[in-house]
Design a protein around this ligand. Structure first.
Ligand SMILES: NC(=O)c1ccc[n+]([C@@H]2O[C@H](COP(=O)([O-])OP(=O)(O)OC[C@H]3O[C@@H](n4cnc5c(N)ncnc54)[C@H](O)[C@@H]3O)[C@@H](O)[C@H]2O)c1
Length: 336
């Protein structure tokens, strides 16, 4: 298979590209190496992928429409779209970056796909689109119309843009709502990396909302497994359907488009998460308790019934195991 992976130097795009290459697929990766966090880490990830002869790397921003069109002329069987300005908190500081990458960048990709639709487009979204929904676990069929941050607003908008393109131009599309993904090669702006780095340098760790938070931490290998299993699960077009979709399916009545949660399905309290970090590091953390940050939500919790119905798979890696794998990688990456 010939697959386009956007954001291939990013945390999740790198892991998915690596698994595709390991199983023999051809991967064309594109990444803009944005400075949101140290691009050196992104270059190291791409250097890993460059060891595979079937990997082709491109460096530009998706906002550069001419380059997107030119690249897309190669034609692809499938597209994984991960490139985005990620991060909830940074969207308060630099909202424009979200509009450019997540709206304009995604639009340019959709326009390119319109010319020659892939068999399946899989686009990254986020649990943040559920906003402050209080009915947990979050289901794909729940309303998700009250984003609390511009990050969430741009990702929800990308879901809607993709729906219209799927309807108008017959692009079979799956939107993936990810829940706090962590693991080796993870992002320096996320809690696990920040905790381990602070502990290594004997600094206190910041714990928001006085530890009264829960996250549905999802281990990267589990997420990659789910992403690869979903690749052949192509949403059927309305005209090709027989019978009605099951009640849990988010399949659109108007398009070959659905949304799928990828989460662990078992939220973990922040204190419990820190305990796992302490155990893996063999060290006690100095805790700096802080107020909840603007735009944050107290709980995320994925209902994974649809993922299971479509793929027969649910994430299952315990947090202790995943955190230990991260710490092992971190120590080899930059010795503690
Ligand atoms: N990591 C998580 O916990 C998580 C949770 C929910 C959703 N997501 C989503 O998953 C996707 C991947 O996230 P990640 O954690 O790998 O983030 P990441 O920041 O590590 O990866 C994103 C990559 O996209 C690239 N990029 C950003 N803007 C670009 C642009 N305009 N043009 C080209 N490249 C650009 C960056 O250089 C980066 O390498 C994103 O869409 C993100 O919103 C991630």
């Amino acid at each position: 298979m010939r697959v386009l992976v956007t954001g291939s130097a990013g945390f999740i795009g790198f892991h998915v590209a690596q698994r595709l290459l390991q199983r023999g697929d051809e991967v064309v990766g594109i990444d803009g190496f944005t400075p949101y966090y140290d691009p050196a880490l992104k270059r190291m990830r791409h250097a890993q992928l460059a060891q595979f002869p079937k990997f082709q790397a491109h460096e530009f921003l998706l906002e550069d429409n001419a380059k997107v069109e030119d690249l897309y002329r190669q034609g692809f069987d499938a597209v994984y779209h991960f490139a985005a300005q990620a991060g909830v908190r940074y969207s308060l500081e630099n909202p424009r970056a979200y509009v450019e990458a997540n709206l304009v960048g995604t639009f340019n990709l959709l326009e390119a796909m319109r010319q020659a639709p892939p068999q399946h487009a899989l686009l990254a979204s986020t649990s943040s689109v559920y906003g402050a929904n209080t009915s947990i676990p979050f289901r794909e069929t729940d309303h998700a119309d009250h984003p609390l941050t511009l990050y969430a607003a741009t990702k929800k908008s990308a879901e809607e843009m993709a729906h219209s393109y799927s309807h108008l131009f017959a692009i079979p599309t799956t939107m993936l709502r990810f829940f706090t993904v962590y693991g080796p090669w993870g992002r320096p702006d996320m809690a696990l990396f920040k905790f381990v780095a602070a502990m290594a340098e004997d600094r206190p760790i910041d714990i928001y909302n006085y530890g009264k938070m829960q996250r549905d931490f999802t281990y990267i290998d589990d997420l990659v497994e789910a992403m690869l299993r979903l690749l052949p699960v192509i949403p059927p077009s309305p005209s090709a359907r027989s019978g009605t979709a099951s009640a849990i399916d988010s399949l659109s009545p108007q398009a070959a488009w659905r949304v799928v949660n990828i989460g662990a399905g078992s939220p973990v309290g922040l204190e419990e998460f820190v305990n796992a970090v302490e155990k893996a590091c063999g060290q006690t953390a100095r805790r700096n308790y802080m107020e909840m940050q603007k735009g944050d939500v107290p709980t995320t919790f994925a209902n994974t019934d649809l993922l299971h119905a479509l793929t027969g798979y649910r994430p299952s890696t315990p947090v202790e195991t995943g955190v230990a794998a991260f710490v092992k990688w971190y120590r080899s990456f930059r010795p503690i």
